[in-house]
Design a protein around this ligand. Structure first.
Ligand code: UN1
Length: 493
């Protein structure tokens, strides 16, 4: 069986304890992908030491030179795109057209980060005194810990790793235990791009090792994508240790379909939003809010199309929906469906693990639609991270918006309508970090701010120019060339 290693200080090494863990293919649980190092405290210490050492010189490299290396990262991802997509699909299940998109998002992020290194603008402003100039510019912070989920195993890490390094920081990256091979790939690419030893380090292991990274006193910034539960714990620890913590957590995103919408378009949108990535995106459409005048019509349309989705191994061409990530997730889908039906939900389609013999070895769950779920019900409120969509009837536009906002999370929201006034009102009223009009809740682009409000985030935005706010500190400079003491607020008034 293939044995994988950590990447620390420019070298491929085993966990110091020698312990390993296995990862399996969710589409075929007999397919073991490999043995991965089960890293512990001593490995974390080594990686952080390497990152601190590398930081001393990396921070002094001119930003545009760091950008040149980012461009190489984009080139290498581009060259390896198809091959990497297959590796990613094998370990986390989504079809290869989606994993190719995942790699593309990293390519976009790399080129974007490269170009940003030539415009890390500061401000130069007049002083309130003579012969004095005030300016401000961004500086790197130090060692950044990156902890991510498995569902976007290359794109989401790239949103953090690439701007962090382009800004002059160094990184210790812990990929999910369910997507360790993608973490190895990331390291291979950074190695080929030629980053100096220690600038980028990958540690494989489980959540307890992530905790060690968070608690390490020399890790100054944490970029995290994962559950709200873990994210809030990280925020607590980070708060005590005065770290900067950027959190990207849960979602329970809703698509509204108004009676005047283009229903065919809204149908394509919800199918992609709810069942793309098997519903396992933090941006996934897990709630559908439909105006009463078209409620039954739209449900019928949805049922027909959902039942036609081609479910299978993501490595097989033509597959539209892959497995869920593991058995526990499959069981969670079963649990939530049971609760929803007990609470009065109407099963439109799906509701159980797939029974086709060719899917027996994998963790496949039917695309599931449960209607008549009001805002008091569990399914309306709980994030599932699987292909289970709940549908709620709205009596009016105002009611639809109220339902959309009846949510502890606030990542992504969508409305389908042809009424421009309603559309803009919805944009204003929907309480999410990302808002779509006539498009599903998924599909963020790499050059725009990404993140959520309420229970989803803690005020930071990855993606685009805002990612650089996470990974830099401002330095304000007062440059006095008057040759005398000028007392601000005193001598000039
Ligand atoms: C995630 O689910 O963690 O907007 C990220 C989207 C993708 C990113 C999803 N571009 O759906």
């Amino acid at each position: 069986m293939e044995e994988f290693k950590n990447y620390i200080d420019g070298k491929w090494v085993k966990a110091i304890s020698g312990k390993t863990f296995q990862n399996i293919n969710p589409a075929n649980q007999e397919d073991i992908i490999g043995e991965f190092p089960f890293s512990g405290q001593e490995d974390v210490d080594c990686a952080v030491s390497a990152a601190i050492k590398a930081y001393q010189s990396w921070r002094l490299i001119p930003a545009p030179k760091r950008g040149d290396m980012m461009r190489k990262v984009g080139d290498i991802f581009n060259r390896r795109k198809k091959e990497l997509a297959r590796i990613m699909t094998r370990e986390m299940g989504k079809p290869t057209f989606e994993t190719e998109g995942d790699v593309q998002e990293a390519i976009d992020t790399a080129y974007y980060a490269a170009s940003e290194t030539r415009r890390l603008f500061g401000h130069t402003v007049p002083s309130e005194m003579d012969n004095k100039m005030n300016l401000s510019f961004r500086t790197p912070i130090g060692v950044v810990g990156v902890i991510t989920a498995w569902n976007f195993p290359i794109a989401v890490p790239s949103w953090k790793i690439l701007p962090a390094i382009a800004s002059g920081n160094t990184v210790v990256f812990k990929p999910s235990k369910d997507a360790p091979h993608s973490g190895v790939i990331f390291a291979e690419i950074m190695e080929e791009a030629g980053f100096p030893a220690g600038v980028f380090n990958v540690l494989l292991g489980t959540g307890s090792m992530g905790d060690m990274i968070v608690k390490h006193p020399d890790v100054k910034v944490i970029g995290f994508t994962g559950s709200t539960d873990i994210g809030c714990k990280i925020a607590e620890i980070g708060g005590r240790l005065n770290k900067r913590v950027s959190l990207e957590m849960g979602g329970k995103n809703a698509q509204i379909v108004m009676e005047d919408a283009n229903l065919e378009l809204a149908l394509e949108g919800v199918l992609w939003g709810a069942f793309g990535t098997t519903g396992q995106r933090c941006t996934a459409t897990s709630r559908l809010i439909v105006h009463k005048d078209i409620y039954e019509t739209f449900l019928n349309m949805l049922k027909v199309r959902a039942e036609k989705l081609k479910i299978g191994d993501g490595l097989v061409a033509g597959t539209e929906m892959g497995p869920v990530i593991h058995k526990k997730s499959l069981e969670n889908c079963e649990r939530i469906v049971k609760i929803a039906l007990n609470e009065g939900g109407r099963l439109i389609t799906g509701g159980k693990p797939c029974t086709q013999p060719e899917l027996a070895k994998g963790c496949f769950f039917e695309p599931t639609i449960i209607a008549d779920v009001d805002e008091t019900k569990t399914l309306f409120n709980e994030e599932v991270f699987g292909p289970v969509l709940c549908v709620t009837k709205a009596d009016s536009f105002e009611h639809a918006i109220a339902l959309q906002n009846h949510c502890e999370y606030g990542l992504s929201g969508s409305i389908y309508t042809r009424d421009v006034n309603r559309a803009w009102t919805a944009v204003r009223e929907i309480q999410t970090g990302i808002c779509y009009v006539n498009a599903p809740t998924i599909g963020a682009e790499a050059h725009m701010p990404f993140g959520g409000v309420k229970g989803t985030g803690n005020g930071h935005r990855e993606g685009g120019w805002t990612a650089f706010d996470i990974f830099t500190e401002w330095k304000t400079v007062y440059f006095d060339y008057s040759d005398k003491l000028q007392r601000a607020q005193i001598d000039n008034y």
